[in-house]
Design a protein around this ligand. Structure first.
Ligand SMILES: Cc1ncc(COP(=O)(O)O)c(C=O)c1O
Length: 378
């Protein structure tokens, strides 16, 4: 018997009740029943995004919502400032370039958050920049960028939008869309929302809607204005991922029942316990500052190959974590405490990490990290 544990920063585990809800016989989407479902989902999404505006729902993984954000607010030849401190920052740049948007890169060392002052200076130097694109939680490095401070800077520019990839941040860390002045915030279903992959989301501020009216980049399937029109009728333009929308209603209900403040506090607690446990083992975090509460990127000690750690964790102990990407390949492992996660997930992950390191000849005291986590989580 080998029991599996999913501790990757997406997809994340789905609660059994939600799996069962999605297994119910399919309903048709052009029915009053589906409209009622959509009405509840719209309300629940506004709660989680903390916005009074519409949150658009797309059949896509998170990257589809990222692409939709770019093509619905910009024109060919527009300039965008991309904060690039990891793999997903690179994705913003790739999407922009694919559509002929001029990219001004603000490169940030991996493992560091962006300095808001640098964004302020870049905007002063290039007043034509139409969008600042950033991650709230850069999942490849386990770092949080200071989105709130960026909101204060970008709001001073009437023709510049702040576009935030919150794919691994939504439902894990505080991100009040309206209060912080975040113009477009994108998310995906398979992280803090505790669902399988397949839905992408985008919130759109009033300022962003004005840009949508001017945008000329080509798009058809991912059309903000048309999708919003359908949503206001509690429906979708095209055949939606009906089962996922059914699951989403239940997930949103769960989130509301726990309450956003409690959810953020839980993620903060689990993250802190993971960080302290890792340090108790003599390991270091990859994030030198501003570590994410959604996941912990653990730097591997000298002579230990992170890919090997990942393999042993999975093959011998049934634990799925994520390895490093690109320049972090083999150098880190990433342990998520995101979405449907509790204290025993952290304890299990740390226990397995201790056993794996010992298996690979890297001596750590068994139970030292686990004990630290237990003490913090009791
Ligand atoms: C911060 C961030 N951005 C973008 C993505 C890409 O999302 P998807 O794989 O759902 O397209 C991910 C997925 O891991 C992510 O964590």
């Amino acid at each position: 018997m080998s029991k599996r544990y999913l501790f990757a920063p997406g997809p994340t585990p789905v609660p059994e009740e939600i799996l069962l809800a999605m297994a119910r016989p399919l309903i048709h989407h052009r029915t009053p029943e589906f409209e009622q479902l959509m009405a509840e989902v719209r309300e629940g999404l506004c709660y989680v995004f903390q916005t009074s505006g519409e949150v658009l729902v797309f059949c896509a993984s998170g990257s589809g919502a990222m692409e939709a954000a770019v093509t619905n607010i910009l024109c060919a030849g527009d300039s965008a400032l991309v904060v690039q401190g990891g793999k997903f920052g690179e994705r913003w740049a790739e999407i922009c370039r694919a559509y002929g948007v001029r990219v001004h890169l603000l490169e940030v060392p991996w493992g560091e958050p962006v300095e808001p002052e640098l964004v302020a200076r870049a905007l002063e130097a290039e007043p034509g920049i139409r969008a600042v694109l950033v991650q709230a939680s850069e999942t490849s490095t386990g770092v949080m960028h200071p989105v709130r401070a960026l909101g204060e800077i970008v709001r001073r520019y009437p023709d510049t939008l702040l576009v935030v990839d919150a794919i691994s941040a939504l439902g894990a860390v505080e991100l009040p869309v309206d209060r912080w002045g975040l113009d477009v915030v994108v998310a995906g279903s398979q992280k803090g929302l505790m669902l399988p992959p397949g839905l992408g989301f985008a919130s759109v501020s009033e300022k962003a809607w004005r840009a949508v009216g001017r945008a000329t980049l080509p798009h058809y399937y991912f059309d903000f204005a048309e999708e919003a029109k359908a949503l206001r009728q509690n429906t979708a333009r095209f055949t939606p991922a009906i089962s996922l929308v059914v699951g989403l209603r239940d997930a949103l209900e769960r989130l509301r029942a726990e309450g956003l403040d409690q959810i953020f506090a839980r993620h903060a607690r689990l993250a802190e316990a993971t960080r302290q446990a890792v340090r108790a083992l003599g390991l270091e975090l990859y994030a030198r500052r501003s570590p994410s509460n959604a996941l912990t990127a653990v730097a591997m000690p000298e002579g230990v190959d992170g890919s090997k750690v990942e393999q042993v964790l999975s093959g011998k102990y049934g634990i799925t974590v994520a390895g490093g990407q690109d320049r972090a390949r083999g150098r880190i492992i990433r342990i998520a405490h995101l979405g449907y996660a509790d204290r025993f997930d952290v304890i299990t992950a740390i226990a397995a990490l201790e056993m794996t390191l010992n298996d690979l000849g890297c001596r750590v005291e068994l139970g030292r990290g686990v004990r630290t986590a237990m003490e913090l989580l009791q």
